[in-house]
Design a protein around this ligand. Structure first.
Ligand code: SAM
Length: 264
């Protein structure tokens, strides 16, 4: 089977890292949703600890291979391979049909759609309690904003959850080896998410990050707010007039949003 680069098929080949990822998930009989089981290196360890594992795989050849492995392990009752594209599948229906309301996500994600998958999982009708994800190292660092610079991605994650970088995994642990190193992150769902209209809130955040070089106030003018009005709002929100979007945390975005909404 030749790995398909277009599907992000860089398979993990180090069993001890697979075990470390699974033990970080602290599964204890929880249900687990895996995305992209590939040849099943994580799936095997997940099944040892999980109540049930549902694993969504888009490549039919890999899915078939994984199915044959599951038979070899005698784990047919524990693991079900769902053949399909995670971005197109009806996730709420899958959760309902499998009585999966309380579940965790564990995955070595295909890197070409990492952000889309994370967003889908954060916004889905029945969210998971936590995700343990292997992602490209730079993406993991950006999500956690380790350099103190927030981004649209980090704010999108931190709105719903608390991200944490767990450990790094170097590229030689994959076959074929990718051109970048990886990191394993935990995204733990918050019990309470801010009480806002998410569509309008994220339009504001997106607008704030629209032009990287511009200061926040200039980016927000694209939303049709006059500068004088924005100056008053910034003062009320306790924000410096020259602040950049990357300096605001979720709480400050919510404050800014609430003041803007009041005045609309
Ligand atoms: N879990 C395996 C491992 O750790 O070796 C494979 C990880 S590999 C980085 C990503 C896997 O996701 C591949 O098996 C690939 O076929 C699958 N994949 C890619 N795009 C997908 C999609 N849209 N929906 C579901 N699976 C996908």
């Amino acid at each position: 089977m030749i790995p398909k680069k277009s599907l992000g098929q860089n398979f993990l080949i180090n069993e001890s890292i697979a075990e470390k990822i699974v033990s970080s998930a602290n599964i204890k009989n929880a249900n687990v949703l895996e995305i992209g089981p590939g040849k099943g290196i994580l799936t095997k360890y997940l099944a040892e600890h999980a109540g049930k594992v549902l694993a969504i795989e888009v490549d039919p050849h890999i899915a078939k291979f994984c199915d044959s492995k599951i038979k070899q392990w005698g784990a047919e009752k524990k693991i079900e391979i769902i053949k399909g594209d995670v971005l197109k599948i009806n996730l709420p229906k899958l959760v309902e049909e499998n009585n999966f309301h309380n579940y965790k996500v564990v995955a070595n994600l295909p890197y070409y759609i990492t952000s889309k998958i994370i967003r889908l999982l954060l916004e889905t009708k029945y969210p998971q309690s936590e995700m343990i994800l292997m992602v490209q190292k730079e993406v993991g660092e950006r999500i956690c904003a380790l350099d103190g610079k927030e981004s649209l991605l980090s704010i999108s994650v931190k709105f719903y959850a608390e991200p944490e970088l767990l450990f790094e995994v170097s590229r030689e642990n994959f076959k074929p080896a990718p051109e970048v190193d990886s990191a394993v992150i935990r995204i733990k769902r918050k019990k309470l998410i801010p009480d806002v209209n998410t569509k309008r809130f994220f339009s504001l955040v997106r607008a704030g990050f629209s032009a990287k070089r511009k200061i926040l106030v200039n980016n927000l003018r694209n939303l049709g707010h006059p500068r004088a009005k924005l100056s008053v709002i910034f003062r009320k929100a306790g924000l410096e007039p020259g602040v950049r979007a990357e300096r605001l945390g979720v709480e400050e975005w919510v404050r800014l949003y609430s003041i803007l909404e009041e005045r609309n």
